[in-house]
Design a protein around this ligand. Structure first.
Ligand code: AMP
Ligand code: MG
Length: 421
């Protein structure tokens, strides 16, 4: 299937109702981007430990039953069930990892440990506490347990051939252990997503160099580095690029040629966007949006060659907010992940929140507990350039378009950083 053209789609109201690049809602922008996210297709086989954080490209199916034998859930005696039975003649012991292999006649049984294989001639286990040792290899049953009691059946947990992890699953620590428990040594994952990034701006200086009058250190390349590294992308840092069309052009084209995704920060706001627009119009299909949100109003998205392009606003908080709200999920889809974004949850605000209806805001807050209740304290300085607010915060307070001013005690939606960032 040929991919729909971005500009065509942007003009087709059926594809996105009320498309207006100057008033895109957060949800509209997200669903617009989603249409173009075809996951990488190349796969590789990696040893279990290297699979941490990677996305499965194929289901992992169990080669065997788990447990692989019927085994005992208790320390006790295994025997063949028979109503009215009073005595077991104990012919041996079955240990975990050391089965009893002999044959047993009716009324004969074995002493059995938890996890030990149930001998072929037995179907039931009576727990030790429900027996009395009569001496001479005989035990008395205080009661006859139901047939099959205290036996964990083969395949009870996982059946041979069953998919235990499915394609699109992002591997966590427990999954590594689960895979190992089945004796599997390698899994098939999608290849790493290749992501390039650079900062744009005449005023920017890389750390390690002195600042001249009016210059500032480039911090976005560090936050972007951190956010991309946490996602497990294979990254290339193209440094700071001056606001000069030929330099931007060269860097952009080189980055797009060699990567799946290119992310820039700066140069997409009104007044700055003109030559980026001209450049991107020449080499790709990129749309410049003003999103109904704060911070992070200007955002560019499109394709440069085969690469996806995200142009993030330069203000340090805006860069991070737009990354988390648009880029992160997009990259996860491109990595083949089918995991859903973490849900928001509702907590009480311990201070008033200034907000006008009409746009979505992602304010920075500190989640804490008071008398066993989760609460959120909005940070005082919500400026889009105040990076220390992102550093001090542990959550976004997500205030939807319809939300207006919030008094102290208002229940608000929060998105915790932990598990996301
Ligand atoms: P821009 O989006 O290029 O208009 O930049 C908006 C604001 O963010 C300006 O004050 C820039 O100086 C600042 N800014 C842009 N890029 C960076 C960066 N990489 N690191 C720190 N601040 C930046
Ligand atoms: Mg700039």
């Amino acid at each position: 299937m040929t991919e729909p053209s971005l500009s065509t789609l942007a003009q087709q109201p059926s594809c996105l109702d009320d498309y207006d690049p100057n008033a895109m809602s957060v949800a509209q922008a997200r669903s617009f981007i989603e249409q173009f996210l075809n996951p990488v297709t190349e796969t590789e086989l990696v040893p279990i430990r290297e699979a941490l954080g990677r996305v499965l490209a194929a289901d992992v199916t169990s080669p065997s039953n788990v447990p692989n034998h019927n085994n005992s859930a208790m320390d006790g005696y295994a025997f063949k069930h028979r109503e009215g039975m009073q005595l077991i003649h104990v012919k041996g012991t079955a240990f975990a990892g050391k089965p009893f292999t002999g044959a047993l006649n009716p009324r004969e049984g074995v002493k059995i440990m938890t996890g030990a294989v149930i001998p072929e001639d037995c179907d039931t286990v009576i727990m030790q506490e429900k027996t009395v040792d009569k001496g001479g290899d005989y035990v008395n049953l205080l009661e006859v347990p139901p047939k099959g009691a205290n036996v964990r059946l083969a395949g009870e947990d996982i059946q041979a051939g069953q998919a235990i992890l499915t394609q699109g699953h992002q591997m966590h620590a427990a999954d590594l252990g689960l895979v190992a428990s089945l004796g599997i040594t390698e899994v098939t994952v999608y290849r790493h997503l290749k992501v390039a990034f650079f900062s744009t701006g005449d005023e920017l200086v890389s750390v390690g160099k002195p600042l001249a009058e009016g210059q500032i250190y480039d911090s976005n390349r560090y936050t972007i580095y951190g956010m991309l590294s946490r996602l497990g992308a294979k990254i290339t840092d193209y440094g700071v690029v001056k606001d000069e069309p030929s330099l931007l052009e060269n860097t952009l084209l080189k980055a797009a040629k060699e990567h799946d995704v290119v992310i820039t920060s700066g140069g997409v706001s009104v007044g700055e966007a003109d030559y980026m627009k001209a450049l991107l119009a020449q080499h790709g299909q990129v749309l410049f949006w003003k999103i109904n949100m704060k911070p992070g109003r200007p955002l560019a998205y499109g394709k440069v060659g085969d690469a996806h392009y995200f142009g993030l606003p330069g203000n340090p908080v805006s860069t991070m907010v737009t990354f988390y709200q648009f880029v992160r999920n997009a990259l996860q889809s491109l990595m083949g992940s089918k995991s859903k974004p973490a849900p928001l949850f509702k907590v009480e605000s311990t201070a008033p929140i200034r907000k006008a209806p009409g746009r979505t805001e992602f304010q920075r807050g500190i989640l804490f507990t008071e008398a066993g209740q989760w609460k959120v304290k909005p940070l005082a300085n919500q400026g889009s350039g105040v990076l220390s607010s992102m550093s001090a915060a542990n959550c976004f307070i997500v205030l939807g378009e319809a939300v207006g001013h919030c008094e102290t005690g208002t229940i608000v939606d929060v998105q915790p950083f932990e598990g996301v960032i």
